[in-house]
Design a protein around this ligand. Sequence first.
Ligand code: FAD
Ligand code: NAI
Length: 465
Amino acid sequence: MADYDIVIIGGGPGGYNAAIRAGQLGLRVACVEKRATLGGTCLNVGCIPSKALLHASELYEMAIKDFAGLGIEVTPKLNLPAMMKQKADSVVQLTKGVEFLFKKNKVDWLHGTGTLAGGGKVNVTDDSGLVKELAAKSIIIATGSAPAPLAGVEVDQERIIDSTGALSLPEVPGSLVVVGAGVIGLELGSVWRRLGAKVTVVEYLDRITPGLDTETAKTLQRSLARQGITFNLGAKVTSAKRGPDSVELTFEPVAGGASQTLTADYVLLAIGRRPVTDGLGLQAAGVAVDARGFVETSHFATSAPGIYAIGDVTLGPMLAHKAEDEAVACVERIVGKAGHVNYDVIPNVIYTFPEVACVGQTEEELKATGVEYRVGKFPFTANSRAKVNHEAEGFVKVLADAKTDQILGVHMIGPDVGELIGEYCVAMEFSAAAEDVARTCHPHPTRSEASRQAAMGVGGWTMQA
Ligand code: FAD
Ligand code: NAI
């Protein structure tokens, strides 16, 4: 039996960052991961491969539609295997990078499936069925999430696929129906539309991207519809029937009415994700879960002494950077430091074109709480960098407390706004007022000036519009 200060189950952004931080702090640490590579969902079948395909497909579409206008004449030809290879290469490099960081920080990676064995023990079962017992002073559960299933739509990864299947299709579909107008549906729907597929989205609610600031969501929907994505909102999927090379998807209006059937080459099911806890031994170990299966925590501690949980397996946004921040804070708390995550300042980016980036509260949330707020808004049509790049769609919107001017929420839609939101995360972490950003010099000509102008707009002195 090996003795550790901390044993972590799961090697995704939650697990690997916890392991590295524990190694940095001089703890004896092991990370149990059953996948052949480290990095979890994010590096293997999530953030990284999806962004690799989003980047490549965006350039492909630009080459077809926009290069000529810039005076560049090319005849683009899609080489899908090569596009998939550069995606796979990025995944290999980044997962190997985590392996390197494990070695550097003296983290033991135990390849196998971890289960809680009670009494501060974790059993690790390797591929050959051999079980190794580990003793740990503290255990961190970081087992992440998996795609949520839908009755009547059986994922076979051939024609009815989830996000993992959609990252590795062997061909460009003639037609693709996406079930769920959330982040995965819109990002991966965008990839395949850009590469030539006819994409139709079927969404249960009467809007896309629930939870996102409504004005921003409507702007995104209009833009994606202009690009050729068809939306069926308020639609309840009842079945998906497989043919040899196609799928028949039937849905009916949520409000009632006649059902409709679409035939498509592929159906992508993307209706959310669920926590992964099957077979972990939570109940026997005394770890409580909520009605939806999320591990219940208070400052990362579960109901069982010495057992903690972080990342997608716990409540909150299912985002890699949330898992990473929880990882660091959890380990720091275990060693008696003041680890802390500010859940009011967790940004959210949708990597479509235009991109969406936001942090803090939406206008709807502020209205619901009755806080008086002021709005500063600036369109990219009035931003010189966006103009010269011919990418002037979208806006930056800053919401600030009407009395104190403190920034309460920021919502952006436009080119590369995912890179702009970090400035507001720092500002909000320091409880900045909109005027603090408004009076900070920003470089010209950059898109960051639109961020600043929106903050100036809160005080009523926007200059460039
Ligand atoms: P995971 O990354 O899911 O890792 C958990 C790991 O635990 C897995 O490797 C699993 O194999 C392992 N495991 C589970 N059970 C056991 C066990 N019993 N024993 C051993 N190992 C076990 N987030 C962003 O912030 N930005 C993005 O751009 C983004 N894009 C995404 C795109 C897609 C297509 C998807 C699906 C997700 C995306 N996400 C993105 C979400 C992000 O991937 C997750 O929030 C993040 O991976 C959560 O990290 P985690 O460590 O909690 O869990
Ligand atoms: P999601 O929660 O973003 O969206 C799911 C959508 O499906 C919602 O619009 C929901 O109303 C709809 N839906 C639910 N049930 C339905 C049904 N029966 N029929 C039709 N529509 C239905 O979930 P998604 O897109 O699967 O992504 C999962 C998670 O992964 C997200 O929570 C997100 O945090 C994370 N992610 C983050 C990314 C990023 O940060 N850029 C990229 C991709 C995923």
